[in-house]
Design a binder for this molecule. Structure first.
Ligand code: NAI
Length: 341
């Protein structure tokens, strides 16, 4: 459906026409937490290029001053500020209305996203605690893995501080959509810029559920194609982890995906109507308490979930498998916060 046509993506594609896009008077301040990392640097570069960003705040526990000095020389409007180390964490968040979090360790070959839990759970919880205190109204886009658990972790922290809203805590699954669009367009000879594949569930292996029956434009797949494509989309992150052979996971494609997601949010914050992106958020009336679906964005973040729509038996079975794993991932995150914070 045309609803899934992303404005964030269109904006990235048309960055060169950047000075004609924004019409809002609201100043947008985006904070990138983990800005010196493999994702953080190219993501910050894309954000710096965007006319939607007035202020760009970079935070990391290392190297942010260099990244900030470097980016600050680019002739675009976003004002860059760099913060380094725990003692500057709060300052880095002051006034932010969007916070993007790619802080934390990435996978190495043989690792699952859940293997990152022990390190990344604390990183996300600490950043979420600071957000709850400094900019509780900000929209929080979580990239750090395992997203299936880090979104519940950030949400539980917000609840503990009495500032939780399901409109504002979002898990970024956009890379799954980006990959699905690319693979489907390649296979079917479609124009990739006009191909749109909704991906629901979560963001790890079996919890990634592409809805290939809802591809726009309409395409037909054989059962073999459905199975092979689904598997490839679910394991695409591992393709990159293996190709990088110990040097990390997807960074450049993730930076693109994170920027696309952030741009869509910023456009909606500025008043654009009908902006839709898939994302992993607290869900109501579904089998799990968090689930990724297409989301309609508005001036306050998530306006509503558009649900999974009409799905096939094949997709229903995939969702059943996803739900089981998601429940465990969510419970692990909630338990962590309750025990440690
Ligand atoms: P990286 O190791 O290159 O960068 C991580 C950065 O986080 C480093 O600069 C590090 O100093 C910083 N950091 C560590 N602890 C911090 C703290 N307490 N506060 C602020 N910054 C801190 O890793 P990379 O490749 O950028 O990946 C980051 C995360 O994104 C990983 O957890 C990875 O699994 C995840 N990821 C998520 C994807 C998604 O689709 N949602 C796709 C790819 C990666």
């Amino acid at each position: 459906t045309c609803l899934l046509k992303s404005s964030g993506r269109n904006l990235l594609i048309s960055l060169n026409r950047q000075f004609s896009v924004s019409s809002s008077n609201n100043a947008n301040k985006v904070a990138v937490m983990g800005a010196s990392g493999g994702i953080g640097q190219p993501l910050s570069l894309l954000l710096k290029q965007s006319p939607l960003v007035d202020h760009l705040s970079l935070y990391d526990i290392q190297h942010t001053k260099g990244v900030g000095a470097d980016l600050s020389h680019i002739e675009t409007k976003a004002k860059v500020q760099a913060f380094v180390g725990q003692e500057q964490l709060h300052d880095s968040l002051a006034g932010a209305n969007v916070v993007v979090i790619p802080a934390g360790v990435p996978r190495k070959p043989g690792m699952t996203r859940d293997d990152l839990f022990n390190v990344n759970a604390t990183i996300v919880a600490d950043i979420a605690t600071a957000i709850a205190k400094v900019c509780p109204e900000a929209l929080v886009c979580i990239i750090s893995n395992p997203v299936n658990s880090t979104v519940p972790i950030a949400s539980e922290i917000m609840k503990k501080h009495g500032v939780f809203s399901p409109r504002r805590i979002l898990g970024v699954t956009t890379l799954d959509i980006v990959r699905a669009n690319t693979f489907v367009a390649e296979l079917k000879g479609l124009d990739v810029t006009k191909t749109s594949v909704p991906v629901v569930g979560g963001h790890s292996g079996n919890t990634i559920v592409p809805l290939l029956s809802q591809v726009s434009p309409t395409v037909q797949f054989t059962q073999e194609e459905l199975e092979a494509l689904t598997k490839r989309i679910q394991n695409a992150g591992t393709e990159v982890v293996e190709a990088k052979a110990g040097a990390g996971s997807a960074t450049l494609s993730m930076a693109y995906a994170g920027a696309r997601f952030a741009f869509s949010l910023l456009e909606a914050l500025n008043g654009k109507q009908g902006v839709v992106e898939c994302g992993y958020v607290a869900a109501e009336g579904l089998e799990t308490s968090y689930f990724a679906t297409p989301l309609l964005f508005g001036r306050q973040g998530v306006e509503k979930s558009l649900g999974v729509g009409k799905i096939t038996d094949f997709e229903q079975k995939l969702i059943q498998v996803a739900v089981k794993e998601l429940k465990a991932n969510i419970e692990k995150g909630v338990k962590f916060v309750n025990e440690v914070y």
